[in-house]
Design a protein around this ligand. Structure first.
Ligand SMILES: [Zn+2]
Length: 295
C-alpha cells in the first residue's frame, strides 16, 4: 500500500472501526492523507483546508460556494448540481466552519466514487472562480427598476440574511464571537450581511491562493476501494504544486481576569404572542492547558 510520492508516517490497526489506518505525507507538498482501509462498501473521501478568516465578510463561505461553480476540467456552471442529478452518491456536501472548509463525498459505486473525487479535487484546486461567480455567490448590487431602491443581492448574502434573522443563530454567533474576541472565532465565518459587501474580488482570489493548496490540505479516504489507487489519484493533482508555507494557525484566546457581558438584538420576537422577549446564555471558555494537565 505504498506510492513513491508519499511517505508512510503511521500504520495502526483500529479494531473498534475494523480498519487499518495509514497516515501519509505527500513528499512534494506536505499534504496529509489518512487512508482507512476496511470492508465498508460505502466509500468516503474528504478534503479539508484550514481557512481562518480575519474578518466577517464571509470570505471562506463565499469561496466554498464558488469553487463548486466550475473548474478547469469541469467548466460547467454548476457541476455540483449536475453531480446531484446523475450520481449514486450517499453523501455529498461542503461545509464552512469557523476555521476550516470541508468537502466530503461518499458513494457505494466505485466508478461513481472515483468520478466524485475527481470533480471535487479539480473544484478545490483548479476552480474558475470568475468575477461573475464571486458576484453571484457573494454579493452584487441589484436594481429592479429605474426608480426602485438599489439593493444588495447574492447567494451567500441572502443565506446569511436568513441566518441573522433567526434569534437562535444570532445568540450562537454572539456567544462564540464574545468568548474568543481576539481570535478567528471572534469573526463570523459565514458572513455578517452588514460586512459582506466590504469584500473585494482581489481579496477573495488571494484567499483561495493562500489556503486552497495541498500544503494546507488534510485528506481522508475510507472504504473497500483499493488504497494504492487513492494515492495515485491524489498525486496526479498534488504533484502539480510546489510546497508553500501556510500560516493558518489559530492562536489561543488570552484569558480574562473578570467575566464580561455582551448584548445584541434580533429581528422580531421568538414568541409572536409576546411583544417583548429575550434570551440569556452563560458561556465558559475551557482552558485546554488545564485539561491537558489532568490527563
Ligand atoms: Zn452557504
Amino acid at each position: 500500500m505504498s506510492h513513491p510520492a508519499f511517505e508512510l508516517v503511521r500504520d495502526e490497526r483500529f479494531a473498534e472501526i475494523n480498519s487499518q489506518a495509514l497516515l501519509y505525507k505527500h513528499k512534494k507538498t506536505g499534504a496529509e492523507v489518512l487512508s482507512l482501509v476496511n470492508d465498508d462498501e460505502n466509500k468516503v473521501f474528504g478534503i479539508t483546508f484550514k481557512t481562518p478568516p480575519e474578518d466577517s465578510t464571509g470570505i471562506a463561505h463565499i469561496l466554498e460556494h464558488s469553487v463548486l461553480c466550475g473548474s478547469q476540467k469541469y467548466p460547467v456552471k454548476k457541476p455540483f448540481v449536475e453531480l446531484l442529478k446523475g450520481s449514486m452518491h450517499t453523501f455529498l456536501n461542503a461545509m464552512t466552519y469557523p476555521d476550516k472548509t470541508a468537502y466530503p463525498v461518499a458513494s457505494q459505486n466505485l466508478k461513481d466514487f472515483y468520478n466524485l473525487v475527481d470533480v471535487y479535487l479539480d473544484a478545490v484546486l483548479f476552480p474558475l472562480i470568475s468575477e461573475d461567480t464571486f458576484e453571484q455567490e457573494g454579493w452584487h448590487y441589484e436594481l429592479e427598476s429605474a426608480d426602485a431602491p438599489l439593493v444588495y443581492k447574492g447567494v451567500v448574502f441572502n443565506e446569511m440574511k436568513g441566518v441573522y434573522s433567526s434569534p437562535d443563530s444570532v445568540m450562537h454567533t454572539l456567544s462564540q464571537n464574545a468568548l474568543y474576541p481576539d481570535t478567528t472565532y471572534g469573526k463570523s465565518s459565514g458572513g455578517d450581511p452588514k460586512v459582506i459587501p466590504e469584500l473585494t474580488y482581489e481579496q477573495f482570489k488571494r484567499f483561495h491562493q493562500t489556503y486552497y493548496h495541498p500544503s494546507n490540505a488534510r485528506v481522508v479516504f475510507s472504504g473497500d476501494d483499493a488504497p494504492e489507487q487513492r494515492l495515485a489519484i491524489l498525486d496526479d493533482y498534488f504533484s502539480r504544486f510546489d510546497r508553500i508555507a501556510v500560516d493558518a494557525e489559530v492562536k489561543l484566546q488570552p484569558r480574562w481576569n473578570a467575566p464580561r457581558q455582551v448584548s445584541g438584538t434580533y429581528a422580531g420576537a421568538i414568541d409572536p404572542e409576546k411583544r417583548r422577549d429575550g434570551m440569556v446564555t452563560v458561556n465558559w471558555m475551557i482552558d485546554p492547558r488545564k485539561i491537558a494537565k489532568k490527563r
